[in-house]
Design a protein around this ligand. Structure first.
Ligand code: SP5
Ligand code: ZN
Length: 344
């Protein structure tokens, strides 16, 4: 099976000089342009086809994200620089939800903490162009699967699953998978399966009350892992969405056997939901070699993951999320599609 791989060079414009993790300056950053280069090279060398994204405008983006946050992503950096902010825009102060009177700051140096929830997601001059291109990459992939392709691979960067309606962080600016899922949900019943090591708190949040889009995630237990504040098993959706959110947190050290067992559970839930299309938030940070995560998968496990996803026999949009063991990302992506192609 030849899979269209949607990608653009515009992702390179998001290339921060450093991030801050556990209060410490980290350079180079984990979420860097080479990630996409190695995946793209491996998939094209395997015979998959490169497809350029088409522009989809503000409609699908604003259906998911607060236009005011999009405005901040577009204009906030220039205001920050004009006010004397340094090259990497990282929040200085965060308003905890317990502040009874917190309001959005007008101050350019204060505004980042209103929208961004961590210190690991710096913005630079080209970040908005890159983030917009990633949304178009996901939407172009969505068009392909809606148009009859059995699968498409959206090589999104920056990643997206930590971004919610009016916040961003966790290396994510716009939630590419959620924008694609919301766009596809106009015509089809959608399930999102998230295999990134981290819980996709933004995606969960966006669909938490929605009965028509299932979210199922296998991830490092937030009792130990980022994003810490969400991703527990008792988060099952709310109101009409109750039962359409499914979290499978797993402990540090989880290997392939336990991981694939949890994936089988998640896919059983997906199967019973009877979706028409599948969106996969595909992160490779469950690899043992990943520098920021604690599972113990080898690249071979992605063949098994792909195979299990393929057994659902649904049109499937793969959306790139995380994965920071750069030297293994090409192999993991290739094996995912090879397993998927075995089909159902
Ligand atoms: C999309 C995605 O995978 N986002 C992950 C965000 C993880 N954020 C926490 C990163 C903290 C890493 N800094 C510690 C360096 C340890 N060597
Ligand atoms: Zn991740």
């Amino acid at each position: 099976m030849t899979v269209p791989v949607v990608a653009t060079e515009l992702h390179r414009r998001h290339d921060p000089p450093h991030e801050v993790g556990f209060g410490t300056v980290v350079t180079p950053v984990h979420e860097r342009p080479e990630r996409i280069d190695v995946i793209q090279a491996a998939l094209l060398a395997t015979g998959h086809d490169l497809v350029a994204p088409t522009r989809h405008g503000d409609g699908p983006l604003h259906a998911v994200h607060d236009p005011e946050m999009v405005r901040f992503l577009r204009r906030g950096y220039d205001r920050w620089r004009a006010a004397g902010g340094p090259e990497a825009m990282i929040p200085d102060t965060f308003p905890l939800p317990r502040w009874t009177t917190a309001r959005r700051p007008d101050a350019a140096l204060g505004e980042p903490g209103w929208w961004c929830f961590d210190t690991a997601t710096p913005l630079v001059a080209g970040s908005y162009a890159a983030a917009r291109s990633a949304v178009d990459v996901a939407l172009t992939g969505a068009d392909l699967v809606a148009g009859g392709a059995p699968a498409a691979y959206a090589l999104c960067r920056p990643p997206g699953h930590h971004a919610g309606r009016d916040y961003f962080g966790g290396f994510c600016l716009c939630n590419n998978a959620a924008v694609a899922a919301r766009y596809l949900a106009a015509d089809a019943r959608i399930a999102i399966v998230d295999v990134d090591f981290h819980h996709g708190n933004g995606t969960q949040d966006l669909f938490y009350r929605d009965p028509d889009v299932l979210y199922a995630s296998i991830h490092g237990d937030p009792a130990h892992a980022f994003p810490y504040f969400a991703g527990f098993a008792d988060e099952v959706g709310e109101g009409p969405g109750r039962g359409a959110n499914h979290n499978l947190p797993l402990p540090p050290g989880t290997g392939a056997a336990a991981y694939l067992g949890a994936l089988d559970q998640a896919l059983d839930v997906v199967y019973r939901f009877a979706p028409e299309l599948l969106v996969v938030s595909l992160g490779f940070d469950a690899l043992a070699a990943d520098p920021i995560a604690t599972f113990r998968l080898t690249p071979d496990a992605y063949h098994d993951i792909g195979h299990r996803l393929g057994q659902l026999a649904l049109p499937t949009l793969f959306v790139q999320e995380g994965g920071y063991a750069v030297h293994l990302l090409g192999e993991a992506a290739r094996l995912t599609l090879e397993g998927f192609a075995l089909g159902g």
